[in-house]
Ligand binder design. Structure first.
Ligand code: MTE
Length: 320
């Protein structure tokens, strides 16, 4: 995503993910890799990173969801060691270690704006609002890689309906933590911190939109957005804000961080759309982490039956 000096092609397009994942370790292993090539033993295994993440606390009482895909789940080690989390680092293999000691308790979330019940909620109060569900979703990053993750949470609508938005509230804005003492990335002006994202009210209320606090049956690892994030499976990954501290109901379309930083590259809607290229690369295909060959990207990331009607009559080239 980063307006990076490396040229116009995202790194995920250039090298298979495992190599890109940890180039330094890979280079260190180059001698062994040479031997591997000679013996025919897979390079992937050799280049695989060490898993840094400790298993989190288990979440009890998780229900299965009918919204889940039956596609193969991406290994935990890939999902937890290849992250976009710019508050920690612009390098995908660094949030795992840099966020290791990130404090996720106590954690408050402000509910503000055009709602009857403005309040500050403890994250554990939010988590207890509804039964946790496992939702196995495809998650497609704008940079061309994708994952399949058993997220844990419940529909964001469960929270929204409890705070009584007013009729003037047309959008929901999510603001995430900006703490230079814990997040080394925010000391650099890569984005205009804090990270802000937004959804139209009907998108936020859609049952697929997940308020997420876990994955793989456990609490979210810090690098994946603990203690609270959203997951919007039909949109590019950057819409799924991590470490949310404020949810504000507003009348006007919020200015989301990536749109503010590069308006010609990242729109407000950011629905996964293989027919609309990013100005610097094609969006037609994606590489699933852990796989070598690319697969075609699906319109709305495969969730068209559920969400296409939200955009009927809209020009999705203009509203990208
Ligand atoms: N949320 C915050 N606060 N900061 C970020 O940098 N990156 C986004 C999104 N949410 C980001 C964020 C991007 S670009 C992607 S692809 C997803 O998080 C990655 O989520 P994952 O690391 O759980 O796969």
């Amino acid at each position: 995503m980063l307006i990076k000096r490396a040229g116009d092609i995202p790194s995920s397009e250039i090298t298979p993910k495992d190599l890109y994942l940890n180039r330094r370790k890979f280079l260190a292993g180059a001698v062994i890799a040479g031997a591997a090539a000679a013996t025919g033993f897979g390079l992937r295994e050799l280049a695989s990173p060490t898993t840094i993440v400790q298993a989190g606390n288990k979440i009890d009482g998780i229900k299965k969801s009918t919204f889940s895909t039956t596609e193969t789940i991406t290994p935990y080690k890939d999902v937890t060691n290849y992250n976009n989390y710019y508050e920690f680092s612009t390098e995908k293999d660094e949030p795992a270690s840099l966020a290791k000691n990130f404090r996720t308790r106590p954690w408050k979330v402000k509910i503000e704006g055009l709602v009857d019940k403005k309040q500050e909620l403890d994250v554990d109060t939010i988590i207890k609002m509804a039964t946790p569900e496992e939702r196995i979703y495809r998650h497609r990053c704008v940079e061309g890689w994708s994952i399949v993750v058993p997220w844990v949470g419940f529909s964001l609508s469960e929270l929204i309906k409890r705070v009584n938005p007013q009729s003037k509230a047309k959008f929901v804005e999510f603001t995430t933590l900006n703490d230079p003492s814990q997040m080394p990335g925010v000391r650099r002006p890569v984005l205009n911190w804090p990270y802000v994202e937004g959804l139209r009210m009907d998108e936020a209320m859609h049952p697929l939109t997940l308020l997420c606090f876990g994955m793989y049956g456990e609490e979210l690892p810090n690098q994946n957005g603990a203690p609270l994030r959203i997951v919007v499976p039909w949109k590019y990954g950057f819409k799924s804000a991590k470490a949310i501290v404020r949810i504000r109901f507003v009348e006007k379309q919020p200015i989301n961080s990536w749109n503010e930083s590069a308006p010609n590259e990242y729109g407000f809607y950011s629905n996964v759309n293989p027919t609309v290229d990013h100005p610097r690369w094609s969006q037609a295909k994606e590489r699933r982490l852990g796989e070598f060959l690319k697969r075609p990207t699906l319109m709305f990331n495969g969730y068209g039956d559920q969400v296409a009607s939200l955009y009927s009559g809209m020009d999705l080239r203009k509203n990208f």
